[in-house]
Design a protein around this ligand. Structure first.
Ligand code: AR6
Length: 166
């Protein structure tokens, strides 16, 4: 099944969907950006849960509880750092979305919120990243019914609206 897709502007840490996705690093360490906000909201138990998992390869995803956040789970997905585009970045970014939905199925999450993975600190060009995100989610065969792209700023929301409407 293909999920229903929507884009909203907001802070993903306020989402009450079954699972939110973190734009994580491969050490699953507390970082900046959306990752920092998620660790802040979840509290120190998330540091412990991530330490227990250890690491996550680029293009892969791992789930933890959400602790102090209003969602049920955090799916930590590691997108690629932008390095000019010839280092496999498109495939790795698509894989991060695809793996997140596979993990969502494993934990039986039916509604999932994604941030714009890799488009902040990791520097992935926004329009390309948005097309990859939407294409990867549309191509997924998943039990997830709703995918909400939670955009932190209006520029990101506009990019998603353009791709979703096309
Ligand atoms: N809710 C939704 N989106 C947000 C929020 C929020 N609260 N805060 C920021 N964003 P980034 P990356 C947006 O840099 O590029 C971390 O240190 C942000 O505006 O968070 O994948 C990790 O630990 C942008 O649109 O993630 C890694 O080391 C999007 O989230 C590294 O940064 C992604 O930006 C990952 O970099």
């Amino acid at each position: 099944m293909t999920p229903r897709l929507e884009a909203v502007q907001g802070d993903i840490t306020a989402e009450t969907v079954d699972a939110i996705v973190n734009a994580a690093n491969s050490s699953l360490a507390r970082g900046g950006g959306v990752c920092g906000a998620i660790f802040q909201g979840a509290g120190p138990a998330l540091d412990d849960a991530c330490r227990a998992i250890g690491s996550c390869e680029t293009g892969d995803a791992k789930a933890t509880p959400a602790f102090g956040l209003p969602t049920g789970h955090v799916i930590h997905a590691v997108g690629p750092m932008w390095n000019g585009g010839d280092a496999g970045e498109p495939d790795l970014l698509a894989a991060a979305y695809r793996r997140s939905l596979e993990v969502a199925d494993e934990i039986e999450a039916r509604s999932v919120a994604f941030p714009a993975i890799s488009t902040g600190i990791y520097g992935y060009p926004l329009d390309d990243a948005t097309e990859i995100a939407v294409r990867a989610v549309r191509a997924a065969d998943t039990k997830v019914e709703l995918v909400r792209f939670v955009c932190f700023d209006s520029k990101t929301l506009a990019a998603y609206r353009r791709v979703l409407d096309s």
